[in-house]
Ligand binder design. Sequence first.
Ligand code: NAD
Length: 500
Amino acid sequence: MTTELSHWINGQHVKGGSGRFADVFNPATGEVQAKVPLASKDELDAAVAKAAEAQPAWAATNPQRRARVMMEFVRLLNRDMDKLAEALSKEHGKTFVDAKGDVQRGLEVVEFCIGAPHLLKGEYTDGAGPGIDMYSMRQALGVVAGITPFNFPAMIPMWKFAPAISCGNAFILKPSERDPSVPLMLAELMQEAGLPDGILQVVNGDKESVDAILDNETIQAVGFVGSTPIAAYIYERGCANGKRVQCFGGAKNHMIVMPDADMDQAADALVGAGYGAAGERCMAISVAVPVGDETADRLIEKLVPRVEKLKVGPWSDEAADYGPVVTAAARENITRLVQTGIDAGAELVVDGRGMAAPQGYEDGFWVGPHLFDRVTPDMDIYRKEIFGPVLSTVRAASYEEALGLAMDHEYGNGTAIFTRDGDAARDFASRINIGMVGINVPIPVPLAYHTFGGWKKSGFGDLNQHGPDSFRFYTRTKTVTARWPSGIKEGAAFNFKAMD
Ligand code: NAD
């Protein structure tokens, strides 16, 4: 049976009013399991107007009380972890363990936000001049919005709304239309945790509601995560409309394997980082760069049996390494790109095309694991983000060539180097023009109290996600210079004074 999903406005589920819907699939069975309403501009604007009414009282609530809502939210997330993970897996397709990880990495940012009273403290200079004190405070922006991708439907919404709301803003969340159920569940839990109605509005939709966000004059800031073309579009239109905008885009993450690396460790890392979540992670490793032909031969020899052994299955199969991809269209895009690689002369050393679907799930969106060797930088499989279980190997003759490959690629989200040589690792971390770097760590996702963000075409705008940067992004600084002289009777000064 197909469920009709809703929006979440002013603390209640609200049916879609536009008459437009998108199908939400169960990627493991290929069935449409729900319909999600696609909001009109008017519906979006109405949700924003209500948020704007609720926001001043929330901003005036002391930060410790706001933090207590986050504290309770953490408890509720832990209470409902399995329920959230199951709903997530059923719409996204990732394994149950991976879905729990999705919730967990969002939860950790909520934990960080419990420190809001400390993080929002301003600066103070006592006696900046005679009888003069200077202080700065961080104030909420008002109503802000987040537009999020399908691949982390719990984590990324929480990365956005938890800091924004902790700072005293109201938040409009426009989740991915592919897997909208978990964001709605999170909003219900925020209400149960004590959040006043109107502070977190979930407006489901597509381009129409995104454009309405970008053009709405009340919305002060927009945070986006998704593919690069949409990130660039949102950045340009949001900035042109005078908003504060940060957009995080696609990726093509390289892992350099030096000749001295522990080859078993490197191969294990590549298999987890390349094929986990069916390669649908912005921090997935999609390019392996062994340095030297001998290293490449040793690496491929270690990789092939590991990749061939990977087991694909539905979320309920505990032995599955990864699940289906999110839609039939995603599968077609991956299959098409694989064919371009074969046509361009790359060597397909593990061919996942013939993989049989798990029994009973013949109509699911399955893609077998693929491993390419001898990929070159002019090929589409190297230049484009595939976002599937496809790992490309580009052989580099030297460390400098390997470094140059990663540096010249248009994306700059994450990268890694595997080596036993501290000097090579140090040089790599220092020179690379990529936002997140792993040293013998394949997926270097920073923890909640650091910040997450890519460079080049993987990140547009200023400031990263979560960590201290998120508190800067969702607040603005006001600096006050106060003079309480003992005698104003001394008279007014008309010159622009330096502090004595
Ligand atoms: P997407 O760009 O298709 O969609 C992201 C959001 O934009 C969704 O909410 C969607 O409704 C909206 N959108 C889609 N088309 C639009 C349009 N034409 N106009 C306005 N809005 C539009 O991305 P996706 O497929 O959901 O997610 C996968 C992508 O996200 C990958 O490229 C991945 O690398 C990237 N990603 C990046 C990060 C990061 O932090 N850099 C993290 C996760 C995912």
